[in-house]
Design a protein around this ligand. Structure first.
Ligand SMILES: [Zn+2]
Length: 223
């Protein structure tokens, strides 16, 4: 019998089985009977629906949603909240994420304020960077990262040839690489350079900075 790792989550009274199928381990032909079987209460896991996380080239991931009868649906609000939370917990996507559905790209923001005070520096960075960019940030040699100015309210320096300026009083983060300007700043997310920069700062200060930034993210300007 094939073993399949699954997650069970609920939102507003609906419960779902979630499976990370980014490496296409499931037999796509037999999906419908499979969904009917595992969603059947008392006889199997039991759920209102089943959600597959698949890889996407247009968003952090793609979802497929199946009702308990095996029919596929475009969108389900409660299921969407579950998949966003799980994708974030598994490091598939940052807290502000997007996923592809048959109804188009959905933006979601995983609420996690109450968890912020318990998160480590790398966990905080994972939220702002996502897994791939965090790995890239760790790969930038220390020699290319410099913190030139460090006062109570200001951190500035450079990563490679790019400037970094973080002003906690004005809640302003300035950086000038292409990835940041085009993909990251609007959603108030970090590029690999910003990740490398914060990792170079004193860890206690880095943690404090990121917690403050995440708690008050709506009041920050990234540009
Ligand atoms: Zn950058």
């Amino acid at each position: 019998m094939q073993k399949i790792l699954f997650y069970k989550m609920s939102a507003s009274g609906n419960d779902f089985i979630l499976i990370d199928d980014r490496n296409k381990g499931l037999d796509s032909e037999g999906l419908r009977p499979f969904v009917q079987q595992v969603c059947r209460r008392r006889f199997s896991v039991g759920a209102d629906g089943l959600i597959l996380i698949e890889s996407s080239t247009r968003a952090h991931f793609k979802w497929r949603f199946f009702n308990a009868d095996g029919s596929e649906a475009e969108m389900c609000g409660n299921g969407g909240r579950c998949v966003a939370k799980l994708a974030h917990l598994l490091g598939i996507a940052p807290a502000q994420l997007s996923f592809e559905t048959q109804a188009g790209i959905i933006q979601a923001d995983v609420p996690m304020n109450k968890d912020i005070d318990r998160m480590s520096l790398d966990e905080l960075l994972l939220v702002l960077l996502g897994r791939n960019r965090l790995e890239s940030a760790k790969g930038i040699p220390d020699a290319l990262v410099s913190v030139d100015k460090e006062t109570r309210t200001l951190l500035s320096g450079s990563v490679k040839d790019y400037g970094v300026r973080i002003d906690t009083k004005e809640r302003l983060l300035e950086h000038d690489c292409v990835d940041f300007k085009t993909n990251r700043a609007a959603a108030r997310l970090f590029c690999k350079h910003l990740g490398a920069f914060v990792r170079r700062v004193d860890p206690a200060r880095g943690v404090h900075l990121l917690r403050e930034l995440l708690r008050e993210r709506d009041h920050w300007t990234f540009g």
